[in-house]
Design a binder for this molecule. Structure first.
Ligand code: NAG
Length: 772
């Protein structure tokens, strides 16, 4: 019966071939991540058609599974439904093997000859990465045959730990989305899913001994709007994974050679648990599953014996569900406010004899005690502990692995102390940050600015570690925190294509070349399209810089694209087309202009780059700042205020300067006597981030830069709750001759009662001072 069916299929294929069959596309091995070595072979290459077979060694279940995955990938890219078999034909076959025997278990050799393709891994995982390379070498999804040019690819990863973190607490993503996330990881040769399962905004894993965790702790009635605006929607967010669902996800990942590392974040970030079991907190509650973002003062009480029992009971079930060698116990952002005031915590500190010293305060020692407890418990179950870099404070548990997120310092210190490290610095690898400066046209994100190029540029081994210390850096991971990511489509958008840059950081050993990487990206995007992934396209847009020239008092405009595609631009605000000016060299701007630029490729038009410069008496003239700016918000210093550029709503993007606790006092040197009659400044307001408007603006003028005369001053009311905004303040006065103009802005020095930071000073941010 079976045989007859096979013959019928063969007959159909023969007819199709006789009619000319399908078209053939040619594979390209310029894939992401770039393999270590690609050697061209000789011969014609391998023609993949409907008759090609995928063969695995009889009885090898792991390779059988790999073979079936390969068949699925090829179905997607070619439309062919290739037969998987354990009896290899002599030709027209893709042979899978796992007896390469190399030192790196994830290494493989992929050999394409005329009669066969062979993928031989040092283990089934190695073979799987060869499969990924083969799959990604197909340029596009089409109903077609494929010619694979003859080649030998010898490849292995640079790092053994190649992670991606996914926060399912702040927003819940159902099991199918988690599986789709795992598919994305497989496409990028990533082998760890760090699954952030619990946090202040929701507990997402069923724990049988503590049913309240999911009954109460997985639900919240609404979410704060925008950046902790103080206003809330009332859309419920809830959901959790049953233990069976978690096991199913673990298996799905394991089939793709991905290990799932669960995170139970403790002793901070615990409001999900405290809601259900208020006796676990210092004050006894009541507590709510948080509807806002940030760091809560309410954490697990470290003086309470039931807290330690809770940790043991939860971790016991976690190790039962998750077979991973490592279990993540968080440890980040645990304020000590409650512990300092809690009699039970203080009694515990006395009982343990904890003392403040150069390694930390006594409360930090108490946190270290909690983490040691978790670590000992995991060790008793044969597991190892990972924690965020705060676990360094107050003393590291033996054998603990440190995940360095606040930059690289924690990672370096841990490596120096002989601990293994995973690098995941927020300055390079926090994929919840914006990927463009054009925030106005983006979905709201937490902040920051992390374009693909910056991710790509990351070098995980710090130059100032010795080789022995550097050997402790086991890998690299990017994190996706989902405060501002309510849907899975948006999660994909934040991940892609930054995950491609991450993959190359994690896997490839070749020296970095961003342009070459960008050149490989379109083929990767064909795979995103084939899978229906939502991805960001900024890296193919026109990039522009505007640089003020203090000598000619003009602003130089420079435009570029990653692939040198032609750029067309206008300066009058009109839409650019192929008929507009072609960009050939930097353009000198000497009057108020709106720049719009587009690149047009065969594949279509990019988004339009828009920027503008505004000229007034102050533009490109020097500025002296009397008080020092906040070190994080210096931008380009005083000149930022006269660079002709208005900032967009993100105060951290380099267009704005920021200060806190002091007046912003800027002295503009007009370098000539001028008649001035009004001054305008713009401030950026984001109250949720402790960024407020000015309370007073004052303008003074001077002929010599020493003696100033006040010409105008105005006070502004204390701010009410409200949305983020850019606020303009103008002061007009009788025309006066001046060479120097001093503008002073008094910030909000005591935030209002409705604000969580009440009584404390707020930041003020300014992008430009216009003088006319
Ligand atoms: C950190 C928090 C995290 C938050 C994220 C947003 C860590 C280890 N902790 O403040 O809970 O979601 O930043 O970028 O990252």
């Amino acid at each position: 019966m079976k045989k007859i069916k096979y013959l019928a299929v063969a007959a159909i294929c023969a007819v199709m071939a006789a009619c000319g069959g399908r078209s053939e596309q040619t594979a390209s091995y310029s894939v992401i991540p770039l393999p270590q070595e690609v050697k061209e072979g000789s011969g014609e290459g391998f023609h993949l058609t409907a008759s090609t077979r995928i063969a695995y060694p009889a009885g090898n279940e792991a390779l059988k599974n790999d073979a079936e995955l390969l068949a699925g990938y090829l179905r997607q890219m070619t439309g062919h439904d290739l037969k998987v078999t354990d009896s290899a034909p002599a030709s027209d076959v893709i042979l899978l093997r796992d007896d390469l025997g190399g030192a790196n278990p994830e290494g493989y050799v992929l050999t394409v000859g005329d009669a066969s393709i062979e993928i031989n891994g040092s283990s089934a995982a190695g073979t799987f990465y060869g499969i990924q390379t083969l799959r990604k070498s197909i340029p596009q999804a089409a109903q077609s045959n494929v010619l694979f040019p003859p080649v030998t690819i010898t490849d292995e990863p640079r790092f053994a730990y190649r992670g991606a973190h996914f926060d399912v607490s702040r927003h819940f993503f159902p099991a199918d989305s988690v599986k789709s996330f795992i598919d994305m990881l497989a496409l990028h040769n990533i082998n760890i899913l760090h699954w952030h399962l619990t946090d202040d905004q929701g507990w997402r894993l069923e724990i049988k001994s503590r049913p309240g965790l999911t009954e109460l702790g997985s639900k919240r009635g609404g979410t704060v709007i925008g950046h902790n605006s103080g206003q809330y929607d009332s859309i419920p967010v809830e959901g959790f994974y049953t233990q069976d669902e978690a096991r199913d996800i673990i298996k799905y990942a394991a089939d793709r050679h991905i290990t799932v590392i669960p995170e139970i974040d403790l002793p901070g970030h615990m409001l999900g648990a405290l809601k259900a079991y208020p006796y676990l907190g210092c004050t006894g509650g009541p507590y709510e599953v948080w509807q806002q973002w940030g760091v809560s003062d309410d954490v697990l009480c470290a003086g309470n014996d039931s807290t330690y029992k809770f940790i043991d009971d939860v971790l016991a079930e976690v190790v039962d569900i998750f077979p991973s060698e490592y279990i993540h116990v968080g440890g980040d952002e645990c304020p000590k406010t409650r512990w300092a005031a809690c009699p039970k915590c203080q009694a515990k500190i006395r009982e343990l004899g904890l003392k403040a010293d150069s390694h930390g305060t006594k409360e930090e020692k108490l946190q270290s005690h909690v983490i040691h407890h978790a670590s000992d418990f995991l060790a008793s179950k044969g597991r190892k502990m990972i924690g965020w870099d705060e676990i360094l404070e107050g003393g590291l548990a033996p054998g603990a692995v440190v995940m360095s997120w606040r930059g690289e310092e924690g990672g370096k210190e841990a490596a120096r102390r002989g601990h293994d490290v995973i690098m995941t610095p927020n300055s390079y690898l926090y994929f919840d940050y914006y990927q463009t400066l054009d925030r106005e046209n983006e979905p709201i994100a937490i902040g920051g600015y992390l374009p693909v190029e910056r991710v790509y540029s990351y070098e995980p081994l710090p130059a100032d570690l010795t080789p022995e210390e550097a050997a402790h850096i086991k890998g690299v991971q990017a994190n996706l925190w989902t405060e501002y990511i309510p849907t899975f489509a948006q999660a994909q958008y934040m991940e892609l294509p930054r995950m491609a840059a991450l993959a190359e950081v994690q896997w490839s050993k070749a020296p970095k070349d961003y342009k070459a990487f960008a050149g490989r990206m379109p083929q990767m995007i064909a795979h995103y399209d084939a899978n229906g992934y939502n991805y960001a396209r900024h890296m193919f847009n026109v990039a522009g810089t505007l640089t003020p020239d203090s000598v000619s008092h003009a602003i130089m405009l420079e435009l570029s694209t990653v692939d040198n595609a032609p750029i067309y631009y206008t300066l009058d605000g009109s839409e650019p087309t192929e008929a507009s000016m072609l960009y050939e060299q930097p353009v000198k701007l000497d009057k108020t202009s709106t720049v719009k630029a587009v690149t047009i490729r065969k594949s279509g038009r990019s988004n339009v780059y828009v920027d503008s410069v505004s000229f007034n008496l102050a533009t490109t003239h020097p500025v002296k700042l009397v008080n020092e700016l906040h070190p994080r918000y210096k931008a380009k210093g005083g000149v930022t205020l006269t660079d002709g550029k208005f900032g967009t709503s993100g105060y951290g993007n380099g267009d704005w300067v920021g200060i806190v606790g002091k007046d912003l006092v800027a002295e503009v040197n007009l370098e000539d006597d001028q008649t001035v009659k009004d001054v305008t400044v713009r401030t950026c307001v984001a109250t949720g981030d402790w960024v407020f408007d000015a309370r007073r603006m004052t303008v003074e003028v001077s002929a010599d830069g020493k003696t100033f005369t006040k010409v105008a001053s105005e006070g502004y009311p204390r701010m009410d709750k409200g949305a983020n905004a850019i606020v303009t303040h103008s002061l007009a006065f009788d025309p006066v001759k001046a060479r120097y103009v001093r503008v002073s802005l008094q910030p909000e020095n005591s935030m209002p009662d409705w604000h969580p930071g009440k009584g404390k000073p707020a930041f003020i941010f300014v992008d430009e001072i216009e003088i006319n």
